[in-house]
Design a protein around this ligand. Structure first.
Ligand SMILES: CC(C)(COP(=O)(O)OP(=O)(O)OC[C@H]1O[C@@H](n2cnc3c(N)ncnc32)[C@H](O)[C@@H]1OP(=O)(O)O)[C@@H](O)C(=O)NCCC(=O)NCCS
Length: 166
């Protein structure tokens, strides 16, 4: 599948919010406002995996189709926080999430982050497997972290001691 990575723009917000709504149940997915706030925070960046649309002579350049995205923010002490990573349902398991994680990892290293952390529902077995595959390990488990009472694993990756993943 052909796709490229690019930085998110404020005009992507509606598409990203719709993808997030489809990825997570109500109450767990972000509201449009929450997502906008995370994306606009100082030190935050959004990475987007996008499939280009074929150029049509009559319409010129068309916007691409977003296949997945990742929102990362910088905490005050050079620690990165992955706010969310979402890949559209019918294109999962094709390496898109991994490309986004590796790009976020590379950018975090350029910014001299010492580590990255993120949260995952203890019931989200595919995400847990995915994060372990990317060198994350469980730091602790927070009880009833989510609004529906589900516990969260807090995952972390030490960038200073872990190799760059390809
Ligand atoms: C988690 C998520 C981002 C992974 O994205 P993806 O593009 O499907 O992941 P990749 O194709 O790069 O997978 C890389 C590896 O992660 C692991 N993995 C990914 N999905 C998995 C699944 N459903 N079950 C088991 N392992 C899985 C595998 O080791 C996989 O390698 P393999 O396909 O060679 O076995 C995607 O499933 C998703 O968007 N889920 C819904 C939103 C979500 O839960 N986000 C995380 C919030 S904490």
């Amino acid at each position: 599948m052909e796709y490229t990575l690019r930085d998110g723009r404020s005009s992507d917000l509606d598409s990203l919010w719709r993808i997030d709504q489809a990825c997570f149940p109500p109450g767990i997915s972000y509201s449009r406002l929450e997502l906008a706030v995370y994306m606009r925070r100082p030190g935050a960046f959004t990475l987007i995996a996008e499939q280009p649309r074929p150029k049509l002579k009559s319409f010129g350049e068309q916007p691409g189709t977003i296949l997945g995205f990742l929102v990362m923010q910088e905490e005050s002490n050079k620690v990165g926080h992955i706010v969310t990573i979402d890949v559209v349902g019918n294109v999962r398991r094709a390496g898109i999430g991994s490309r986004l994680m590796m790009a976020a990892d590379a950018r975090s290293r350029v910014s001299n982050f010492s580590s990255i952390y993120l949260e995952a529902m203890v019931t989200n077995l595919s995400a847990i497997e995915f994060y372990k595959r990317h060198g994350y390990s469980i730091l602790r488990t927070e009880l009833a972290y989510y609004s529906d009472g589900t516990d969260a694993h807090i995952f972390s990756k030490d960038l200073l001691s872990s190799p760059v993943t390809q």
